[in-house]
Design a protein around this ligand. Sequence first.
Ligand code: NAP
Length: 370
Amino acid sequence: MSTPPSPDVYHAADDRYDPADHTAMPYRRSGDSGLKLPAVTLGLWHNFGGDRPLETQRAILRRAFDRGVTHFDLANNYGPPPGSAEENVGRLLARDFRPYRDELIISSKAGWYMHGGPYGFGGSRKYIVASCDASLRRMGLDYVDIFYHHRPDPETPVEETVAALDHLVRSGRALYVGVSSYSPELTRRAQAVARDLGTPLTIHQPSYSMFNRWTEGPDGPSDPERIPAARESLLRTCADEGMGVIAFSALAQGLLTDRYLHGVPEDSRLGAEKMNPDFLTDDTLAAVRGLTDIAAARGQSLAQMAIAWVLRRPEVTSALIGASSVEQLDDSLSALDRLSFDDDELAAIDRFAVDRGINQWQGATDSAAE
Ligand SMILES: NC(=O)c1ccc[n+]([C@@H]2O[C@H](COP(=O)([O-])OP(=O)(O)OC[C@H]3O[C@@H](n4cnc5c(N)ncnc54)[C@H](OP(=O)(O)O)[C@@H]3O)[C@@H](O)[C@H]2O)c1
């Protein structure tokens, strides 16, 4: 008699790339590179630190991979405390995902504050290379698939930062490199340096959602007087420069879901004081209700429509989302059941989908935008 498999031993779903009971995950090529990313990527900024049960994290990651999410996005400082998300992922990679390493795209980043002293913030070669090594140790990996400079640093020449990224690739620490929250102009400068060095930037990771449309530049509703980076479309810049785009906080940190329709739950990001309370205004809540009605008419949850909406742009390779439970992840991934929009739906969405002052990364972008 054969022994049934232990629930502690993970066998990835056999139909993860060809599911019988739900829509298959599309994989989209990142810019001009050969790298394909899932249309939906799971990020581990919140919900994967030392303050969350490892078994919940484990269930989310297993479910994601079973549904074709081959990409997990991290950074040195994700937690809390900083570094703990990478440590937890390291544990879960060792326990569950070791046999699947070649099927996974693991990314990390350095740029935001990690530790005191002059080498724990910014874009110096010193910080980037040391931080990548520390991330690899925490995750127990030989290499990351993508390494990003996490935010512009006006004090470090972009040439130095990009040369450090090139070094990560040449030394085998990273397979691909990218930047995050760079303005269109700085992106073009960085890509020119990267191309000269022979390691073009594969991807850009900007914030982008129905409530935060700076990346659309003149194609969208952002006011270039208030958001200098919106003078030019970052999405089109990336396409011109051969870079893919992975749109982070595609659910506006949970605002573009049903999470806050009936008050602020204690266990939500806002309830746990991990998001600026000013982001949830009456106007924003009214827009959430309007968008929820449009989503319902499409047979979708608002979260699903918000994900489909960022993916409507051909420049966007992947929608980068978070989830605090398997149920949320399952709901979000069912966005794949209906990705297309007609013109009337897009026009109706545009009435509510305007910048709502939630881009907390704008200061970093503007710091080196000129
Ligand atoms: N490059 C950068 O500077 C940068 C900055 C920020 C984020 N990121 C990346 O982007 C990833 C995603 O960011 P994010 O977590 O802000 O993304 P998000 O998808 O906009 O928000 C995730 C939150 O939305 C709620 N949620 C998710 N799915 C839901 C559903 N189906 N129904 C109801 N609520 C739902 C959950 O809130 P509750 O927790 O309240 O349940 C979840 O924690 C991060 O993990 C990170 O990898 C990068």
